[in-house]
Design a protein. Sequence first.
Length: 349
Amino acid sequence: MLDGLKTYGQAVLHAQDGSARQIPAGLYEMRVDGGGMLQTYGVGVAGTAQPQARYAESGWSGSPLAGNGEAGRIRWVLEHSYPQLNDLAGLAKAAGAGALTAESAAAGTQVAIWRLADGAQVEAADPAAEKLADYLQRSAGKLPEPPASLGLDPGSVSGPVGTRLGPVTVRTGAQSVTVTPDAAAVAMGVRVVDAEGRPVTAAANGSRLYFEVPVGTPDGSASVTVQGSTKVPVGRVFTSEVPSQTQIVAGSSESALAATASAVWPQPAVVAEAGTTGDGPAVTQASAAAAAAAAAASSESSPDEERLATSGSSAATPIIASLAVGLVVLGGLVVLLLRKRPLDEEDEA
């Protein structure tokens, strides 16, 4: 939860229309559920940090830094400025900034981050802070994205009953984390195990977890939660579901952290065996064989039939034509006989 802006100075933001306004710039503090404190800077100059807003850790790809080629330089700024560098005299000397206070150092660092994050036209109000911002922006190299403080990868798995679903890999900077399946899973007989099927109650970075779902388990789902205590790496991003300024970690105490992954298992489709009853009629081996034979016979055709198929005719066409001619001749004879009979009767009379 975001507590608010704690160590800060002032900056001047220039808008595209030529107007300018003064805004606060510096370090926020964030409380971690279960214990711990984070120090953060705002990622972008746009938006407002909402005190008491709840945040969740995120990778760069799930934040405003997604696709930003300057993200690695922002992490460099964080690693090489306040509060990671508490030697303010040394930092001021490197930047040629004269004397820096915690407030001016925080303001200068925030201004440099804003410039890199979204190209904002912003400058620190304090001359020493402005020199620090220029120095950080000019000197910043590129660092890779930091790993998650605690995470499970992937966050969900699925598969059939009677198997081990997974793996789910633990990613953490903690030496050890506890592993706890949810109560509903335990009640169904679902276990969280390692690759050899041994129950897992503790894990470390790189451990692989599996959901073991017994045969006969009804359709359902389960989850596992891992918990541990570690520092959140500098450069990790925190985002909020409410409209609020995204935060990036500049410092961390030992914090209690947790992550959850889930598993889903559908029942396999049941195919009725020969001679059994079900929702539909049973299919016997004999009838199945007969049907297969009929299908095979109907699919077989002679070369002549294959050639005639394209014209809409078949090899039976000449036979049908001959029968039709014969029926026409027979019909004509019947008509003649019926017409002749009355005439013969008149002659006899």
